[in-house]
Design a protein around this ligand. Structure first.
Ligand SMILES: *[C@@H]1O[C@H](CO)[C@@H](O)[C@H](O)[C@H]1NC(C)=O
Ligand SMILES: *[C@@H]1O[C@H](CO)[C@@H](O)[C@H](O)[C@H]1NC(C)=O
Ligand SMILES: *[C@@H]1O[C@H](CO)[C@@H](O)[C@H](O)[C@H]1NC(C)=O
Ligand SMILES: *[C@@H]1O[C@H](CO)[C@@H](O)[C@H](O)[C@H]1NC(C)=O
Ligand SMILES: *[C@@H]1O[C@H](CO)[C@@H](O)[C@H](O)[C@H]1NC(C)=O
Ligand SMILES: *[C@@H]1O[C@H](CO)[C@@H](O)[C@H](O)[C@H]1NC(C)=O
Ligand SMILES: *[C@@H]1O[C@H](CO)[C@@H](O)[C@H](O)[C@H]1NC(C)=O
Length: 408
């Protein structure tokens, strides 16, 4: 029998007309070759480049690839890199992207790299210094754009970020300052955001983010890590829907996030859906002494300390290929024999369970990626961005989402 998890099942029916055609604002998308303005993107993690090289990227299937990460530093006019090797690889990344007629974007920030955003945008002088530093990166590396991955304005992320009640207002002022720099109107500027709109000075999600839509080409909604080891029960990593779940389990979903952002004035055709090519594992057994299961070889281990100086813990993340490597899935991405599979009709995501190891994983497969592709098309979103390019296996996920959205 499949163990019970708290996310209740309900039915979601997706309509299926044709793929919407979206013209991106601001940027005439000069390099866009095959997507008719719809963004097909993924993030490329520099620190995985020895396992997943630039040559391993399926460039022809993307309109943009976003390099992770550059990071704000305590000094507003200096933007650093997470790792010297990430910096060293960036020129080759841009060159390879351009050789394949793909936009090369650089992401600034990330979960571990959001400590100093708040001070970098805190004052006029800092905003100007930070904007100039961004423009310098753009020209030095010949980038087509920048993504700001601030996790999060006026909301704590990793635990030791500087935050201020003015963060969101300052971020907007900064983006306006950035757009006023020479050459900045022609580049792509986007922000990776949470499933809820930016937090305002009152501590609540802003009810009007329309000014952001005038200076950002896109937001990438990070619709993943919605449930994970920090949750008090098993739930979907990347739910498409949650309106069918009990209200206490409505932690966010693609549909509710798009609704929240668009109700706050961010147009759907500037929203890119962030999709996950990995899953979170949970120990599911009758005894309560449960330990976070280890994920695959890219998973964080409980060794050393994080950016805040706190001990690292086992992450429990399985990349899609890691689920295959670890015997949950066959090489074609279906459940292996001896592994229980269920597809949750509410979140429209699969779960696998290995009764021997008592490990359950909430993840995405070709079926859930196809459902997300249909949703992107039907809701008229700007496209998708997959975290991360190297987590897929044989393009099983990438092909499924592109196929449904007819992004050929
Ligand atoms: C882009 O749109 C045009 C006009 O609708 C269409 O003829 C063309 O096939 C599309 N290209 C792709 C790659 O989908
Ligand atoms: C930097 O990147 C290299 C190569 O990807 C990796 O081996 C190393 O662990 C990274 N160092 C840090 C501090 O992230
Ligand atoms: C502005 O940036 C400087 C470093 O460049 C920093 O020391 C200062 O604290 C920042 N200002 C604010 C108000 O955060
Ligand atoms: C926020 O901005 C207002 C107006 O610019 C300023 O008076 C206030 O001191 C700022 N608050 C913080 C916490 O920086
Ligand atoms: C958990 O409990 C159920 C019902 O009591 C039992 O059938 C099952 O074998 C138990 N599973 C494990 C792994 O102990
Ligand atoms: C996937 O692989 C399994 C086991 O190897 C096989 O039974 C199944 O038919 C395959 N499914 C597809 C769609 O190829
Ligand atoms: C899930 O949805 C499918 C198709 O809509 C339906 O056939 C199936 O019975 C549903 N399963 C559950 C458990 O609700």
């Amino acid at each position: 029998m499949f163990p019970v998890f708290s996310f209740l099942l309900a039915q979601l029916i997706l309509a299926a007309p044709t793929c919407s055609r979206v013209t991106p604002p601001l940027k005439p998308n000069a390099l866009s070759h095959s997507s008719n303005g719809t963004s097909t993107a993924s993030w490329y993690a520099g620190w995985h480049s020895s396992d997943f090289t630039l040559q391993d990227v399926s460039w022809s299937k993307y309109s943009s690839v976003i390099y992770a990460f550059a990071v704000p530093t305590p000094v507003a006019n200096i933007i650093g890199f997470q790792n010297d090797s990430d910096k060293a690889l960036l020129p080759q990344f841009v060159q390879t992207a351009h050789a394949n007629n793909v936009h090369a974007l650089l992401s600034i920030g990330g979960w571990t790299g959001s400590r100093y955003f708040s001070s970098a945008v805190a004052t006029d002088a800092n905003r100007t210094a930070f904007a100039q530093a961004v423009m310098k990166l753009v020209s030095t590396y010949n980038l087509d754009g920048i993504e700001f991955d601030w996790e999060y304005p006026n909301r704590q992320g990793i635990g030791c970020n500087t935050i201020s009640t003015n963060d969101s207002a300052n971020f907007l002022s900064f983006l306006q300052t950035l757009r006023s720099q020479d050459g900045a109107r022609d580049m792509i500027v986007s922000a990776a955001v949470s499933v809820k709109p930016f937090v305002g000075s009152d501590g609540n999600p802003m009810t009007d983010v329309s000014e952001f839509a005038k200076v950002l080409n896109y937001i990438e909604v990070m619709n993943y890590d919605v449930w994970g080891p920090w949750s008090d029960s098993v739930g979907p990593n990347a739910p498409l829907d949650d309106s069918c779940a009990p209200s206490s389990d409505q932690e966010g979903s693609a549909i509710s996030a798009v609704k929240a952002w668009s109700t706050a004035g961010f147009p759907a055709n500037q929203i890119i859906l962030g999709v996950a090519s990995y899953g979170h594992s949970f120990h599911v057994s009758n005894d309560s002494a449960s330990q976070q299961p280890a994920g695959d070889k890219w998973d964080d281990t409980a060794a050393g300390v994080d950016e805040c100086g706190n001990p690292k813990v086992t992450g429990g993340i399985f990349d899609f290929w890691g689920l295959i490597d670890s015997g949950f899935l066959t090489t074609n991405g279906t459940a292996a024999s001896g592994v229980d599979y269920t597809f949750d009709n509410c979140s429209q995501t699969p779960f696998v369970y290995n009764p021997k190891s008592q490990v359950m994983v909430s993840y995405d497969d070709a079926t859930s990626f196809a459902a997300k592709g249909e949703y992107i098309r039907d809701a008229g979103l700007a496209g998708f961005a997959m975290w991360e390019a190297g987590s897929d296996s044989d393009d099983i996920l990438l092909d499924a989402i592109r196929d449904r959205c007819r992004l050929l």
